[in-house]
Ligand binder design. Structure first.
Ligand code: UGA
Length: 341
């Protein structure tokens, strides 16, 4: 198949590109405004196109030439939802809608990355089911939810085209993927900014404090980025992947942020022999991210639907975080800039 990946230069996209090159099954074009995370990721089946999706003629032409379009374009850091809610809607809804429109125009299959955050606040269920769980948002005044609302509406429009019969689609709801090239590192003591793995890792590398937002009692299930990439190819290649929504996550990795901090400190010590001495600071969510932040205690994903297609997660918490931390420890030049700032 000939794939077109919008947002190939991000964390998920660069890891997916690496996987598709290794697999060698599909030819693909990747589009992004930046290729920093793609350094060294090259292969005969991959062509990079530097471009912005707001360049409508380029995007339209590339879609016309593909069999399957993969949309990874998104802001995915909660700090942005709080600071720049309108930019989040512009990119995560309106720009994504354009990609949907190109797919409709050229009758191309769309694989849309969404988010586990569409489930919103914890519901009565003990797990999130891709087909049955309610999607519960917080109040409008908590603008954190603008991101999940935008993604939810996009999902609903895509699904509506699916039932109308004019779109072949798959929707992927990622549950906290972790791996190389994740977000970005930050100087000691930074608030807001990237997601939790980058914060805790930066603290370990700089000796700075670890912030436990609202006490760190909230839970997440983390997913090894390689498991995330095999989930993608399963959905792409399996006939059962069409016109379905899939949770992509590992239900066995449920952990509180407080325990994650301890786990990452233990792994860091194991990998470097250095005993971490980070100050642990409990901080209010709105003080860390800004006014309008609200958090949730997220429950595990149900992944039965995806497992029925033959996929299963292979790596647990230890491997997910050990391998991701090691990636950065092995590349001291990546930490040099934050250590000197
Ligand atoms: C984010 C995105 O908003 C989701 O759309 C996306 O699906 C998800 O990441 C993902 O990676 O899949 P969230 O899980 O809230 O959602 O992402 P993080 O920013 O990594 O936060 C996880 C938890 O860690 C939150 O409870 C947060 O308050 C906490 N946190 C974060 C800390 O305790 N300390 C920090 O330094 C940073």
């Amino acid at each position: 198949m000939k794939l077109l990946i919008f947002g190939v230069g991000g964390f998920v996209g660069s890891n997916l590109a690496e996987h598709l090159i290794e697999q060698g099954e599909h030819e693909f074009v990747g589009v992004d405004i930046t290729q920093e995370k793609l350094r060294g990721i090259e292969g005969p089946n991959f062509r990079f196109v530097e471009g912005n999706i707001s360049d409508e003629s380029l995007a339209d032409e590339l879609v016309a030439d593909a069999d399957v379009v993969v949309d990874l374009i998104a802001y995915a850091n909660p700090s942005i939802y709080v600071e720049s809610p309108l930019d989040v809607v512009r990119l995560n809804f309106f720009e994504n809608m354009k990609i949907l429109e190109y797919c409709l125009r050229h009758q191309k299959r769309l694989i849309q990355y969404s988010t586990s955050e569409v489930y919103g606040k914890r519901t009565r269920d003990a797990e999130y089911h891709d087909n049955h769980s309610d999607l519960v948002m917080g109040p409008v005044q908590k603008q954190r939810w603008i991101y999940a609302s935008a993604k939810q509406l996009l999902e609903r429009i895509i699904h509506a085209h699916g039932i109308k019969g004019d779109l072949d689609y798959s929707i992927i709801r990622p549950f906290n993927f972790v791996g190389p090239r994740f977000d970005y590192l930050v100087p000691a003591g930074t608030k807001g900014g990237p997601r939790v793995f980058s914060h805790f890792l930066s603290a370990l590398l700089t000796g700075g404090p670890i912030h436990l937002v609202d006490g760190g009692g909230q839970h997440r299930c983390f997913t090894h980025i390689e498991d995330a990439s095999t989930a993608f190819t399963t959905i792409l290649e399996n006939p059962g992947g069409h016109n379905e929504i899939f949770n992509v996550g590992n239900p066995d990795t449920n952990i509180s942020m407080k325990d994650l901090a301890t786990l990452m400190q233990d792994l860091y010590k194991d990998l470097t022999g250095i005993e971490p001495a980070n100050e642990i600071i409990v901080i209010d969510g709105e003080e860390f991210y800004g006014k309008g932040y609200e958090d949730m205690d997220r429950v595990p994903p149900n992944v039965d639907k995806l497992m029925a297609l033959g996929w299963k997660p292979t790596k647990g918490l230890d491997a997910i975080f050990r391998e991701a931390i090691k990636y950065y420890i092995d590349r001291p030049e990546m930490t040099a800039s934050i250590l000197s700032s």
